[in-house]
Design a protein around this ligand. Structure first.
Ligand code: GDP
Length: 444
């Protein structure tokens, strides 16, 4: 999980502030000293840290905070806002050409995850936005690169444009754009060559491709795990190519998070996506606000809801939302939800995104594997329709009957009833958050 140490340290200094009825300059100073150390330890660029601390201090000791009823919380709000703005403020979306195809050049050093990200981005564009991308193999130097992209194309059932390794990358890129036009494909994703280090030959080649195809988007793929190096690489590429966006990969393995926090501030290039794992669907649009909330332990409900929504059928979701609001959730819904949670991925990952989820211990213990699901199903199916719809009537004698009918122990029945209660609480919390969602637009 990204930002582990930072999140822990910031949250502990925030805790001290939270309940304070009065905040004086000394309190803010002390908190900011801890915040400063936490950021430096997370490998955030020192200039960025300095500016951040100065900004927060200035705002936090201002009259608005001191005179407010909840000064402690106001300071936290300032930290949250400044952290958000540091990472780019608003979510930055992919540029789109006024006339298709939109041409995207993927650039970066070898091993950063360029080829993988090209596949992920194509998948994202099709899955979320119904687009038709063309993958272009323009890395003719790394022997396996063309093949890797072709394999990805097969896996995704998407066209891959390749002219082998004897034609120049500039020519390949040019022909690929022509082909996309002919075939009415709306995105051209060019996987360019990488090197181990930034070098002149590479930059010349990339500049030539840029001049030839005039891309709408030049995305630099950098490995977040390399911390400050990632920031230096971004600075270098930006000087030469004038980047339009950054994709931070391997954020799943980057426990410190320094690159994510510094890249935008140092290069003034927005982070547009984050790679969260090796799998094809593990690419997320980067939301500075959500990332800041996650770091400060305020959860990430919007990402969670979006994640749920891509797996949930619209009609059912609406019905469920109504039930959540009216608190009409039944055991039949519960069964259905469990099946969906299973689809969404590891429960731990989901729990991490929820504020206060740590407190819902009962929920955390739900192991949604197939066997458990079958047990739960057996218990629920042994309830009468009335019981399923009105779980509160399930008393001791009913429990005994249900236990017998399902072949599961009374303890298991009890546990399930408790989990159902927890789930209801969670649903209520989620539905509350969902109402505020209108403000946030989902981007590419
Ligand atoms: P390229 O040389 O830049 O094209 O890099 P590749 O696309 O071949 O990726 C290098 C390695 O990084 C591969 O093993 C990928 O599976 C891995 N990788 C790419 N993105 C991510 C990510 O977001 N998370 C993790 N954990 N691994 C990633």
């Amino acid at each position: 999980m990204a930002f582990e140490g930072l999140a822990e340290r910031l949250q502990s200094s925030i805790k001290k502030m939270k309940g304070k009825g009065k905040v004086n300059e000394q309190d803010v100073k002390e908190m900011m000293r801890e915040v400063r150390l936490a950021l430096l330890e997370a490998d955030v660029n020192f200039k960025v840290v300095k500016k951040f601390v100065a900004n927060v201090k200035e705002r936090a000791v201002g009259q608005d905070v001191m005179d407010s009823l909840t000064p402690g919380q106001q300071v936290i709000k300032v930290v949250n806002e400044e952290l958000t703005s540091l990472m780019g403020g608003e979510q930055s979306k992919l540029n789109t050409a006024s006339k298709p195809p939109t041409v995207v050049m993927m650039v970066g050093l070898q091993g950063a995850g360029k080829t993988t990200t090209t596949g992920k981005l194509a998948n994202h564009l099709r899955k979320q936005h119904n687009r038709k991308p063309l993958l272009v193999a323009a890395d003719i130097y790394r022997p396996a690169a063309i093949q890797q992209l072709e394999t990805l194309g097969k896996q995704l059932d998407m066209p891959v444009f390749s002219l082998g390794d004897q034609v120049s990358p500039v020519e390949i890129a040019k022909k690929a754009v022509e082909k996309a036009k002919e075939e009415h494909l709306d995105y051209v994703l060019i996987d360019t060559a990488g090197r181990l280090h930034v070098d002149e030959d590479l930059m010349n080649e990339l500049t030539q491709i840029k001049n030839e195809v005039k891309p709408d988007e030049i995305l630099l793929v950098v490995d977040a795990m390399t911390g400050q190096d990632a920031v230096n690489v971004a600075e270098n590429f930006n000087e030469q190519l004038d980047l339009t966006g950054v994709v931070l990969t391997k954020l799943d393995g980057d426990t410190r998070g320094g690159a994510a926090i510094s890249v935008k501030a140092v290069t003034d290039t927005p982070i547009k996506f984050a790679g969260m794992g090796e799998k094809i669907d593990q690419l997320e649009p980067f939301h500075p606000e959500r990332m800041a909330s996650r770091i400060l332990g305020m959860g990430d409900m919007l990402s969670l809801i979006e994640k749920a929504q891509t797996n949930v059928d619209e009609e059912k979701a609406k019905e469920l939302e109504r039930k959540m609001r009216t608190n009409d959730l039944t055991f039949d819904d519960f069964l259905e939800q469990l099946a969906q949670v299973k689809e969404m991925g590891p429960l731990d990952e989901i729990m991490n995104m929820m504020p206060g989820a740590g407190k819902m211990k009962g929920l955390k213990n739900i192991q949604v594997d197939d066997k458990q699901l079958a047990h739960i199903e057996a218990i629920v199916k042994s309830m009468t329709k009335y019981e399923r719809e009105n779980p509160s009537v399930i008393n001791a004698s009913r429990k005994k009957r249900i236990s017998k009918g399902s072949g599961r122990s009374i303890q298991e029945v009890n546990r399930l009833l408790k989990q159902f209660d927890e789930m209801k609480k969670m649903m209520k919390q989620m539905s509350g958050m969902q109402k505020g969602k209108g403000k946030q637009k989902g981007g590419f």
